[in-house]
Design a protein around this ligand. Structure first.
Ligand SMILES: NC(=O)c1ccc[n+]([C@@H]2O[C@H](COP(=O)([O-])OP(=O)(O)OC[C@H]3O[C@@H](n4cnc5c(N)ncnc54)[C@H](OP(=O)(O)O)[C@@H]3O)[C@@H](O)[C@H]2O)c1
Length: 361
């Protein structure tokens, strides 16, 4: 019998769900045994339910093709087959908030890609290299939910991954003001060029709800645990513009930063490239060996050359230089559906398993 933990993917037929299934193929700790989606897909073989919607560049793993898709709403039934679930359903926020709590209350941990619980005070929102200690609020959450092992943990929005990690690496220099413009890939909207042809050669200067997330979520990541809740940091002040660009995968950010204690460029680079966290110390299976790389060439990072750095789990930074108005400016790049979505959630689940929060039922 397999000793791997049994995993369910809620929303497994969608783009992020497919990414989970691809990333978990041959995972050393986790095995996908259950896939759930809407009533439209329930009862069908996974391969038939997805049909022509497979959006990954690698083929659909053989092991999942014959899994019969379950209905996300049949919570007890789905939960009885798994040790924990990843959540990537597309429902209303209220519905997601409710259904993720229902799963947690069946004693099934939920590691979610959705934004519904990102501001629930006792739900940790984790970038494992930056704020692994936030998982301690899970104890308070379990008390609230009345569970022994069921809880919800989330990962932050894809847009912040291209600059929040360096703000964490530069914490001791006290960044006070940040201006970021993000250039976001169409896969962030669950789309490819085939199903969004209007994006070819186009730019759309609006992504609903994205700027607020991009400004606020880094503060929660940089916050601290107080009495079983996350208290968000009060600085830096962050303002953003989020723009959809004709790129398939990879969110780029052009960023200006002001510091309280202005460092040298060399110090900033040294802090970035030496930045390590618990995932590297514990050698978690999905951890990038090097979390942040710094590229010296003036024309890097480029989406086509750098988005898959460290299998899409690393962050690429370039063009760090002094600015005339702010102290420094730079360009960052991250893979939005790997580090920014499914990969970030898988790393989070690995951290939770390593720390004993996720176990076999
Ligand atoms: N794409 C990204 O990079 C990204 C990044 C961060 C966060 N997100 C968030 O992650 C979620 C999933 O995104 P996505 O791009 O993967 O979306 P998607 O491709 O549209 O997939 C949505 C999934 O949810 C299921 N679903 C839809 N309505 C449902 C319902 N009423 N009940 C149960 N299941 C339902 C779908 O099942 P059927 O196939 O049966 O319809 C499908 O499995 C969204 O909330 C999105 O905002 C996406």
């Amino acid at each position: 019998m397999s000793e791997k933990l049994r995993v369910g993917i809620l929303g497994g037929t969608g783009m992020v769900g497919q990414r989970f299934i691809s990333l978990l193929e041959d995972h050393p700790w986790f095995e996908v045994v259950t896939i759930a989606a809407s009533a439209r897909s329930a009862g069908k073989r996974y391969e038939d339910a997805v049909g022509g919607r497979w959006k990954m560049t690698t083929p659909m793993p053989e092991a999942v093709k014959d899994i019969v898709v379950m209905n996300v709403s049949e919570v007890e039934k789905v939960a009885s087959t798994v040790d924990f679930v990843f959540s990537a359903v597309d429902m209303t926020k209220d519905e997601i908030r409710a259904i993720e709590e229902e799963y947690a209350k069946t004693e099934t941990p939920v590691v979610s890609n959705n934004s519904a619980h990102r501001w629930t005070p006792d739900v940790p929102m984790i970038i494992p290299e930056i704020n692994p200690e936030h998982i301690e609020v899970i104890e308070a959450q379990k008390k609230r939910l009345g569970t022994k092992r069921g809880f919800i943990a989330v990962k932050p929005n894809c847009s912040i991954q291209s600059y929040a990690p360096v703000l964490a690496a530069w914490k001791e220099f006290e960044p006070t003001e940040v201006v970021a413009t993000t250039y976001q890939a169409i896969s962030g909207a669950g789309k490819t060029f085939k199903d969004w042809p209007e994006m070819e050669g186009n730019i759309i200067p609006y992504i609903g709800g994205e700027e607020e997330k991009s400004e606020q979520e880094p503060l929660r990541i940089l916050g601290k645990v107080v009495d079983g809740k996350i208290e968000k940091a009060s600085s830096p002040l962050i303002t953003t513009q989020c723009i959809r660009v004709p790129v398939l995968n990879g969110h780029t950010a052009a960023v200006f930063v002001r510091f309280n204690k202005k460092p040298t460029k060399e110090q900033l680079i040294e802090k970035m490239i030496s930045f390590r966290g618990v995932p590297q110390e514990l050698e978690l299976p999905s951890a990038p060996g090097q979390f942040i790389q710094y590229l010296e060439e003036d024309n890097r990072p480029q989406v086509s050359l750098d988005v898959d750095y460290e299998r899409g789990m690393g962050i690429s930074i370039g063009r760090l230089r002094e600015d005339t108005l702010f102290d420094y400016k730079f360009v960052g790049l991250s893979h939005n559906t790997v580090r920014g979505a499914a990969g970030g959630a898988v790393l989070c689940a690995e951290l939770l398993k390593a720390k004993g929060y996720i176990q076999a039922k």
